[in-house]
Ligand binder design. Sequence first.
Ligand SMILES: [Zn+2]
Length: 191
Amino acid sequence: MRAGFPDFRLGNVLATSFTGTLSERHGTAVERIPTPQRLVDWLAVSGLTVDSCTTAQLDLARELRESVHAAATAAATQDALPASAVQVINDCSAQGRAAAILTPEGKRQWRLSSASRVEDALGVIAADAISIIAGERDGKLALCASPTCRAAFFDTSQSRTRKWCDMNTCGNRQKKARFNANQRKNAGLPL
Ligand SMILES: [Zn+2]
């Protein structure tokens, strides 16, 4: 983590990890990619290394992020997909020129068309979003049960009953709140 910046919340799904770079959307929002360099950092830990990013590219990334968030939220609640969000996702997907590469160890990596092509990285994220919103992958889009979060996440649990976008943050906070309420109740204190 770079000093002074909020750390990242990384999940297993690229598209929803990306939307998680803005968290607590319904509370006190935390912007986790506040500067172009922080987007470079996020892309690096997500397997999409670029060597630079402009302010305009950061703006584009945030536009994609909010579009994925809007479309994934609509998909989770079975509403119609917002047309403007779909347009942004499709444009980003079409503009990306990343290639999937198979490593000798049998892993997939992304090769960007040039080291500074943030647009290629965004294309990979957009395509990932398309695959989960289109229901092509094993899992289900759902919204985090935390009222201050409501992040869209991709539930791959067998029972499809996951409630939180992230067990370590939203899930834990809820557990703690319940625990504290119980403690107060047991001690005869007002809740
Ligand atoms: Zn959450």
